[in-house]
Design a protein around this ligand. Structure first.
Ligand SMILES: C[S@@+](CC[C@H](N)C(=O)[O-])C[C@H]1O[C@@H](n2cnc3c(N)ncnc32)[C@H](O)[C@@H]1O
Length: 244
């Protein structure tokens, strides 16, 4: 039987938790490598010098390190509310801090977020928005639509809600398959992941359909670029809203 009495809460303000997360970010997330690779390849093709990339929930800057590795002149602004995660980002990105502005801010409070005045061509968010309510997700999408340049791109990689009520046996089998074929093994069985771990997570993942609906409502043209189990990579493009 699933044990729903305990809940798994991420302690982003705890330094030990942050360090541990940073060291094990790829474990139990079989799609992370693929998503970051796809996002990087899109950025390498689309990013135009002198523009800025915004990362909501930059965390310890793992993705940014890969961008700077390929595009040492990129400009990035990263927002995160955890001083512990930002400290790790500062260390990891120390050679690039002139081009990488780190801002400590809670993105559920966007009215008070003061971003540097830049041309935001690309926005990204990796595994961060499932921490906030659906209403706040919609607000984030509307905010991004507003600050992005025309034809700006939003890349969202996140954990989504899956139908474990009716398809749990299929997801259990899929988890076991992914785990078996992954270099980064969590050691978790499919039964544990689907029936215990997911129900205990104290966060707010949306379904794929909900995320696409919110993005469309915010004004984006949006599509899912990659989907694997409960991990989706979604892209949104800011085209001008049609005149009515
Ligand atoms: C799972 S980590 C992902 C970090 C990074 N995007 C990556 O994938 O390497 C989630 C991050 O979102 C941040 N976060 C969660 N809720 C937030 C909020 N309301 N405002 C700002 N940052 C938040 C956490 O502090 C944490 O650094």
């Amino acid at each position: 039987m699933p044990n729903q009495s305990r809940s798994i809460t991420d302690e982003w303000f705890n330094k030990d938790f942050a360090k541990q997360w940073d060291e094990t970010a790829f474990e139990g997330n079989h799609a992370r490598t693929k998503h970051l690779d796809i996002m990087l390849s899109i950025i390498l093709k689309e990013y135009q010098a002198a523009n800025t990339i915004l990362d909501l929930g930059i965390g310890s800057g793992q993705f940014e390190a890969t961008i700077f590795d390929q595009r040492p002149n990129a400009n990035i602004v990263g927002v995160d509310y955890s001083p512990a995660m930002l400290e790790l980002a500062e260390i990891r990105l120390r050679s690039f801090l002139e081009q990488c502005v780190l801002i400590q801010h809670d993105f559920t409070n966007l009215e008070k977020l003061v971003l540097p005045r830049k041309k935001y061509q690309i926005a990204v968010s990796v595994q961060a928005l499932h921490h906030i309510s659906h209403q706040k997700k919609l607000e984030v999408f509307k905010y991004l639509y507003q600050i992005l340049e025309e034809k700006g791109i939003f890349l969202l990689s996140d954990r989504i809600t899956i139908n474990t009520t009716h398809l749990s046996h299929l997801y259990t089998a899929l988890w076991e398959y992914l785990e078996e074929n992954s270099k980064m093994k969590s050691g978790w069985s499919g039964k544990y992941y689907v029936h215990e771990r997911l129900p205990q997570k104290a966060d707010y993942p949306a379904t794929l359909e909900e995320l696409l609906t919110f993005l469309h409502e915010a004004g984006f043209q949006a599509a899912c670029l990659h989907l694997q189990m409960d991990r989706a990579l979604i892209a949104g493009i800011k085209l001008p809203k049609p005149l009515v």
